[in-house]
Design a protein around this ligand. Structure first.
Ligand code: NDP
Ligand code: 8X3
Length: 251
């Protein structure tokens, strides 16, 4: 068996691109998400290229599902070298006073609790192996706060803090932790945030060349292929046309 990477949220965007690029870099991949047909489609695409793939369908918000999926891995898939905690979302842009509680809970439960549930299952497997690499998808929203970002930004600040905390906890276990903080990446992210309003989603990237999922995937592959003694702790990556959450040069 090659090195093994588990990627959450591999049915779309950054996670899907990362699964493909890690597979091309020689990793056997465990791809996860809720949409089974998309997992099966990607599994076929990778298997056709001769890559070993395992699909796990679970909702990261459901601790029992997460536990059962990872505890039930066949023994040859348990030696996970790389965990990419990517599953996540923003929902809504309302100010706090108008916020929808269900939107808040979806973001907190997915971006923070889901990342913790998955890490809680995978970290012991890495500790047993005496090595590993955890890559957490944070965001520029974990470095700054912007209008309409409130709860999403809070969840990504939490991811940023958890990356630092995990690095301390994992230190004596030879496990690297890399925090990735992208700016605008054109995926299904904005369609989800604007609840299917594709016009609003398109406007986010209007007049700029945004990053792609592949740009972030390249960065993740670079981070996980450094020599054993090198850890990239925190990587901020933005489109050239973006300097901060609020400074965007639109043509
Ligand atoms: P996409 O919407 O394209 O992909 C999100 C992925 O997360 C999907 O595969 C989805 O799978 C999965 N997911 C969402 N909720 C759950 C859940 N409850 N259980 C399991 N999987 C879930 O967005 P991106 O690729 O852009 O986002 C990936 C990550 O990158 C997120 O954490 C996001 O916050 C972060 N990010 C994105 C940026 C951007 O501008 N796009 C910038 C900075 C960070 P499924 O629906 O099949 O479950
Ligand atoms: C997603 C990028 O700018 O919407 O994390 O916060 S942004």
């Amino acid at each position: 068996m090659n090195k093994i990477a588990l990627i959450t949220g591999a049915t779309s965007g950054i996670g899907k691109a990362t699964a493909i690029k890690l597979a091309e870099a020689g990793y056997s991949t465990i791809i996860t998400g809720r949409r089974k047909e998309r997992l099966d489609e990607l599994a076929k695409e990778l298997t056709d290229k001769g890559i070993q793939v395992l699909t796990l369908q679970f909702d990261v918000r459901n601790q029992t599902e997460v536990h059962n999926a990872i505890a039930g891995l066949p023994s040859e898939w348990q030696n996970i070298d790389v965990l990419v905690n990517n599953a996540g979302l923003a929902v809504g842009t309302s100010p706090i006073q108008d916020g929808i509680v269900d939107d808040w809970e979806r973001m907190i439960d997915t971006n923070v609790k889901g990342l913790l549930y998955v890490t809680h299952e995978v970290a012991p497997l890495m500790i047993k192996n005496g090595k590993g690499h955890i890559v957490n998808l944070a965001s520029v929203a974990g470095k700054e706060v912007y209008p309409g970002g409130n709860v999403y930004c809070a969840t990504k600040h939490a991811v940023d803090a958890l990356s630092k905390a995990m690095r301390i906890d994992m230190l004596k276990h030879n496990i690297k932790v890399t925090n990735i903080a992208p700016g605008m990446v054109e995926t299904e992210f904005s369609i989800v945030r604007y609840k299917g309003d594709t016009q609003a989603a398109d406007n986010v990237y209007k007049g700029i060349t945004p990053l792609t999922g592949e740009d972030i995937a390249d960065t993740i592959v670079f981070a996980v292929t450094r020599p054993a003694h090198v850890c990239l702790n925190d990587i901020q990556i933005m489109p050239t046309a973006q300097a901060s959450s609020r400074d965007v040069d639109r043509k």
